[in-house]
Design a protein around this ligand. Structure first.
Ligand SMILES: Cc1ncc(COP(=O)(O)O)c(C=O)c1O
Length: 283
């Protein structure tokens, strides 16, 4: 929010991949930006033509989220290069949310777009402590960018939040000193949970792909169910006892009405119980 308020003038455009973390739409609206949604292909790859045609002379920023909430996509170096070239050609700033940077599977590597030469002066890299250190209620995050960009950003941030609570910042400094093994264990722990939830969803009859990163699975609602995402999410809670987020939270287009987002950031026994309950679904 602070980045968008600092960067964008009323009526300028922001490119946002769909599906997107649900805050980006309101963030754009509050800063007066016009979001331009670019749907990712079903397999998570970029539709190059759609991306190219989203850029024009009003484009000011592009929002990137890798690893992605809700679909678990991890952007590859080639994809980041495509985005970087477009940003450089159109003088666009990338605002990149990398909060799941340590939650990666199957040997996937996290690449910050700011590490590409043409992007180092035109990227605001954002991350936070909540996911890596399992402190989601703390709301401590940070932004890294070159001086000219942070000058406006720091002013806006000061008036939005003044600052993060000091004792929590001290605790976060302690977390930054954790050894490498901490990050390996974190990813391994989520990997086991990822497989548990994925198997449960497949067994229950959902179509979904294994996420490459983060801790969510975006599943298709089978047509045979005859319910949209809101109705089916309510049905799942009240009749089956499992909660999921309706897909339309993450889409501007109709595609979200056919999807639900499940999380595996839960205790193993909770996932096992959910798996048992999902077996009652007749999909
Ligand atoms: C992609 C993404 N960015 C940012 C956040 C916000 O994190 P926090 O408010 O816990 O720092 C979340 C939390 O769900 C997220 O999924």
């Amino acid at each position: 929010m602070a980045s968008m308020l600092a960067l964008i003038n009323e009526g300028e455009e922001v490119v946002v991949f769909e599906p997107f973390y649900e805050n980006y739409g309101p963030d754009a609206a509050v800063s007066g930006a016009v979001p331009r949604f670019v749907p990712l292909n079903d397999d998570g790859s970029i539709d190059e033509n759609a991306l190219v045609s989203a850029f024009n002379n009003k484009t000011r920023a592009l929002i990137l989220n890798t690893p992605n909430n809700p679909c678990g996509k991890v952007f590859t170096r080639d994809e980041l290069k495509l985005i970087a070239d477009l940003c450089a050609d159109h003088d666009v700033i990338a605002v990149t949310d990398e909060i799941y940077e340590y939650i990666l599977y199957d040997g996937k590597k996290h690449i910050s777009i700011a590490s590409l030469d043409e992007m180092k002066d035109r990227t605001i890299t954002i991350s936070g402590f909540s996911k890596t250190y399992s402190v989601t209620g703390w709301r401590i995050g940070y932004a890294v960018a070159q001086k000219e960009l942070t000058s406006a950003l720091r002013k806006v941030h000061d008036f939005l939040t003044v600052g993060a609570p000091a004792p929590l910042q001290h605790a976060c400094v302690t977390a930054l000193r954790f050894p490498d093994s901490y990050y390996k264990e974190l990813a391994n722990m989520y990997d086991a949970k990822r497989k548990l939830l994925y198997d449960a969803l497949i067994k229950a009859g959902f179509r979904c792909i294994l996420p490459e990163g983060a801790y969510y699975i975006l599943a298709d609602i089978p047509d045979s169910i005859g319910m949209d995402d809101m109705t089916f999410a309510r049905y799942l809670v009240s009749e089956i006892g499992v909660a999921a987020v309706p897909g339309s939270s993450f889409y501007k287009s109709e595609a979200g009405k056919h999807k639900l987002r499940f999380t595996f950031s839960k205790k193993e026994e909770t996932l096992m119980e959910a798996s048992k309950r999902l077996e009652r679904l007749e999909l």
